[in-house]
Design a protein around this ligand. Structure first.
Ligand SMILES: [Zn+2]
Length: 88
C-alpha cells in the first residue's frame, strides 16, 4: 500500500482523505470526486497513490469515450463546456 506518510512540501504527517481530481480533455471537464488520497492538514498537499491515479485515469478514459459517442447523437450549444462529475 501507500508509502506516503509525510508531506513532501512541509514534512507534516498526512491524513487519509477524499479529494477531487479534475481533468480537462478535448473540451470536456471531468471532475472525479471521492478519490482516496493522503491530505496534508498543514498545507493542503494531496498525495494520490499511483494505482489509484491509474484507476481514475482509466475511469475517465471510459467516460470520455461514452460522452463522445453520446455527443454525436445530441446537439448541444457549443459555447457551453460539458461538465461531467463522476465518483471514484
Ligand atoms: Zn504539507
Amino acid at each position: 500500500m501507500s508509502a506516503f506518510f509525510r508531506c513532501p512540501e512541509c514534512g507534516q504527517q498526512v491524513e487519509d482523505g477524499l479529494v477531487e481530481m479534475v481533468f480537462e480533455l478535448g473540451g470536456n471537464r471531468v471532475t472525479v470526486s471521492n478519490v482516496p488520497a493522503k491530505v496534508c492538514p498543514n498545507c493542503g498537499q494531496e498525495l494520490i497513490d499511483g494505482y489509484v491515479a491509474e484507476n481514475v485515469n482509466r475511469l475517465v478514459d471510459r467516460v470520455i469515450e461514452d460522452v463522445d459517442s453520446y455527443a454525436k447523437k445530441v446537439t448541444r450549444p457549443p459555447a457551453i463546456p460539458r461538465q461531467i462529475t463522476i465518483t471514484a
